[in-house]
Design a binder for this molecule. Structure first.
Ligand code: SF4
Ligand code: SF4
Length: 394
């Protein structure tokens, strides 16, 4: 670690975020996106199966909410490309209505979309009507006509004051990296929020984890230190073709750089000096053996495989392992276990078994249990951990 951070908290108590991958099907075929994340052949989930999953999600949320200080949930659809499902527009309006009729007294709901932004006019209109927020990713490997549609959608949504953010996926190929800089420039001129993102979060030297030149990595480092000052400073001189990654050195991969909170949340971090400071970026993402509240801030649904996880990428379980917490075909067991643990005040606390944290970065966590228990009451009723069994690493 560059800094001796040992507690990570949030400025405020955030909502419980359900990420819901509704299927792998996508209208793009980015080379850095693995086949377990996208394809163009998977069948789309039916409207009935989506509604059935929604019933489970609402019941899970209504079980957790009485013990959270912030009684707010978000549901964020992802994929593949969620809008590739022909039932998605109809499902979106049903979901909104279902929450309003049955659950709005118990918790508020924001519905969000994560998409590549190459969406139809009908879907764009449904966004304005049924959604609070969208994260669109800009992918350099899209065709020119897809890029035109992307910007057309962004400009129309901006004119309606729709709330959105763009993840600009910085491709390591020289011309694409430059394209991303220009895209940031264009978005800033439009007054649209954006986040420059590197591709991959592992050290692996494969197409899913881009290897960046030192100049590219330095640009990103400087950007995160001071986004306003740096964005345009390095647009000139352009990236040189001689500026190749030196892949013998570890610092070529995105993982070596650290990570921003992908939701742009303000985190509060504390180190040995006991001074809290605010940040949106952490230089180390290794929290192995830390105690973590990820299950109080996230839930992940994989519609296509029928699996339910605490979190999409970390997949932490209560037993210092990784994997699903249950199946969509047996959601009764997930709910029964949860209710029993709450009723007996024996709710377990997750201990992290990973060397690399992804987008669970912002979930409050601490190197020692005592520190986490101190920050818990701001977020969760700590009473329900009273009789929990300690989970030691194996
Ligand atoms: S748009 Fe997203 S889901 Fe589709 S191929 Fe590209 S990275 Fe994968
Ligand atoms: S990988 Fe998961 S369990 Fe580990 S610190 Fe990140 S969010 Fe928490």
């Amino acid at each position: 670690m560059n800094e001796a951070v040992n507690i990570i908290d949030l400025d405020y108590s955030d909502s419980l975020a359900v990420t819901w991958d509704i299927g792998r099907r996508c209208n793009l075929d980015c080379t850095y996106c693995p086949s377990y994340r996208h394809d163009n052949v998977s069948p789309s989930a039916s409207l009935d199966s989506l509604k059935e999953t929604a019933h489970f999600v609402f019941r899970y949320l209504e079980t957790m909410m009485p013990f959270r200080s912030n009684k707010a949930a978000t549901i964020d659809f992802t994929g593949g490309e969620p809008t590739a499902n022909p039932e998605f527009v109809e499902f979106s309006s049903w979901l909104r209505k279902e929450h309003k009729e049955k659950y709005q007294e118990q918790f508020s709901l924001e519905v969000c979309l994560t998409s590549n932004g190459i969406i139809s006019d009908r879907m764009r209109e449904s966004l304005v009507e049924n959604y609070e927020f969208a994260t669109f990713s800009y992918h350099c490997e899209a065709t020119e006509s897809q890029k035109i549609r992307f910007f057309n959608n962004i400009e129309i949504l901006k004119s309606t004051s729709f709330n959105m953010k763009i993840n600009v996926m910085f491709h390591a190929r020289d011309d694409y990296f430059e394209e991303c800089l220009s895209v940031c420039e264009r978005l800033r001129a439009l007054g649209v929020d954006f986040v420059p993102r590197l591709i991959g979060d592992k050290d692996n030297k494969d197409r899913y984890n881009h290897q960046y030149s030192s100049r590219q990595i330095n640009w990103m480092k400087e950007y995160w230190k001071n986004p306003e000052a740096v964005l345009f400073q390095l647009l000139e001189p352009r990236v040189s073709t001689a500026d190749k990654p030196d892949c013998e050195k570890k610092q070529c991969s995105a993982s070596s750089l650290g990570r921003p909170c992908c939701g742009s949340r303000n985190m509060k971090v504390c180190g040995g000096s006991s001074q809290w400071r605010n940040t949106k970026f952490l230089e180390s993402t290794d929290f192995k053996d830390w105690y973590c509240s990820v299950n109080w801030f996230f839930l992940h649904i994989e519609q296509q495989t029928g699996q339910v996880f605490h979190h999409q990428t970390c997949q932490a379980t209560f037993d210092y392992g990784r994997g699903p917490i249950g199946l969509l075909s047996d959601t009764g067991t997930i709910l029964t276990n949860l209710k029993e643990r709450i009723a007996t005040k024996s709710m377990p606390i997750i201990r992290c078994s990973r060397r690399q944290c992804g987008c669970g970065l912002c979930a409050p966590k601490a190197q020692d249990l005592g520190s986490l228990l101190k920050i818990f009451p701001k977020h969760v009723d700590a009473d329900i951990f009273q009789n929990r069994q300690p989970i030691e690493k194996t």
